[in-house]
Design a protein around this ligand. Structure first.
Ligand code: NDP
Length: 425
């Protein structure tokens, strides 16, 4: 049944809790997080690389702006928009929307990654100085932040033209600051081009591994060859990105696509935070090279492997179960019924903890920081931040599941008492 606009208004302003600290968060986060990105990049390349140094070493204005960065960023986004439109791969349908329809999405992100890889090899072969990304990183981040703000303003304005059933329930509170931040429209599209789906896994995620590669090339320029630590960071994060794009279809059932509106929070996260904050370890290693013994490297590789195994197996198990509960790989798992008709897994990976996929992700996050040694806290920013993010995300997801499944969710929580870390949390 289609809710009318009054129904939507009533539901969102009274029933929906404001997330991320409400209005205060909606004002503070868009100021604090962009500054954090710039702080992380400039601190990681300072000799001390200390998070405790106060005041932090501030970059000069000419370090922040370079017109070349804007050209590179816009060309990069245009390239990925073009790759998105390329008729490669299959087309999948998303979940059923409130108006009963389903949107179609091209599943060609992995093709995009491979084509980008070939293009880069070609450019490097022609002598393109990929290592120059190191010098261009701060201005690139500034441009990505500016583009995120402008794009979010566009999304906010155009959301007023969208029909009420196309709005996200949580992003329609009537408070402009909060709605701008959290996102009003659920699936903004220009024709068939889905803006949120495009940004989720493409320019930012692929941009992240290209920045990493740029840092590796910079290391080669400076020291003649890449270090083992840099190779590990590049390989682990490339595996993570390739995995996300290989399993691109799974993004269609995530909270970001199904539940959240497309506003500053997701735009900034996709276009600025992921590529520029997640490449911190590689940037750090350019200026602070670390010796890594084969033994330590082997332990770190094993940790990343275990994390990846848990992450992939648990995500695949749930996706398979949601797509086809009678599939032989999941049919024998124990489940409990819910009033919605959907069932919840209570054995297998989802019987170990309530978010085994987060556990695997966090083990990998630790493995990405360890190649940077123990002399600095800064490269551990990612694992610390990610732990906070996933604990908060887990809490949001639990609240949504409790609303969806009621008593059945409580039964699940009793059967599987730990949220992410067995016997700890
Ligand atoms: P999840 O894949 O964890 O999905 C949560 C949903 O799964 C719930 O809403 C519920 O939805 C379903 N579910 C929960 N418990 C059960 C159960 N016992 N049986 C069956 N279904 C269950 O969502 P996320 O989008 O948070 O995470 C996806 C992946 O992305 C994770 O691996 C995460 O680590 C990663 N991630 C990475 C980030 C990064 O920045 N690198 C950021 C965020 C996530 P329903 O019942 O409606 O199907």
């Amino acid at each position: 049944m289609r809710p009318n606009s009054q129904e939507l208004k009533r539901k969102s302003s009274h029933d929906t809790e404001r997330e991320f600290g409400g209005t205060l968060g909606a004002i503070g986060i868009p100021i604090f997080l962009p500054l954090t990105v710039l702080f992380l990049i400039s601190t990681s390349r300072s000799p001390e690389a200390s998070v405790l140094q106060w005041p932090p070493s501030l970059p000069s204005t000419d370090q922040l702006w370079d017109p070349l960065a804007l050209v590179v960023l816009l060309c990069w986004i245009a390239l990925h928009a073009l790759l998105y439109l390329t008729p490669l791969g299959k087309v999948s349908e998303g979940l059923v929307l409130r108006d009963g329809t389903r949107l179609k999405y091209p599943i060609n992100g992995f093709h995009g990654l491979c084509i980008t890889g070939v293009l880069l090899m070609f450019l490097v072969g022609l002598g393109a100085p990929l290592g120059y990304l190191f010098e261009l990183l701060l201005p690139l981040a500034v441009c990505a932040i500016a583009v995120s703000f402008l794009f979010s303003v566009y999304l906010y304005i155009r959301s007023f033209l969208a029909p009420s059933h196309a709005l996200a329930l949580g992003g329609n509170t009537g408070n402009p600051l909060y709605d701008f931040f959290i996102g009003r429209e659920l699936n903004p599209r220009i024709g068939n081009f889905d803006l949120k789906y495009f940004c989720e896994l493409r320019p930012g995620l692929i941009g992240w591994v290209v920045i990493n590669l740029g840092m590796l090339m910079k290391e080669v320029e400076l020291r003649g060859s890449p270090s083992l630590a840099m190779i590990l960071v590049n390989s682990f994060q490339l595996l993570y990105v390739a995995d996300a794009l290989w399993n691109e279809e799974a993004v269609l059932t995530t909270m970001d696509i199904v539940h959240d509106g497309f506003g500053f929070m997701l735009v900034f996260g996709d276009l600025a935070w992921v590529p520029f904050a997640y490449s911190l370890q590689a940037g750090f290693l350019v200026v602070h090279p670390q010796a890594l013994s084969s033994f330590r490297a082997a332990i770190i590789i094993a940790l990343n492997g275990i994390g990846y195994y848990i992450f992939r197996k648990s995500n695949s198990q749930k996706n398979q179960f949601r797509r086809d509960p009678s599939h032989p790989s999941v049919a024998r798992l124990e489940t409990i019924a819910t009033a919605t008709g959907k069932r919840l897994l209570v054995s297998g990976w989802w019987g170990l903890v309530r978010h085994p996929n987060y556990l695997g992700d966090l083990l990998m996050a630790l493995a990405w920081s360890l190649p940077c040694g123990f002399s600095h806290l800064l490269p551990y920013f990612y694992v610390i931040y990610f732990t906070i993010l996933l604990i908060h995300r887990e809490d949001r997801d639990e609240r949504q599941c409790r609303t969806k499944y009621g008593l059945a969710w409580d039964t699940y929580c009793r059967r599987v008492p730990y949220r992410i870390f067995p016997y700890l949390y």
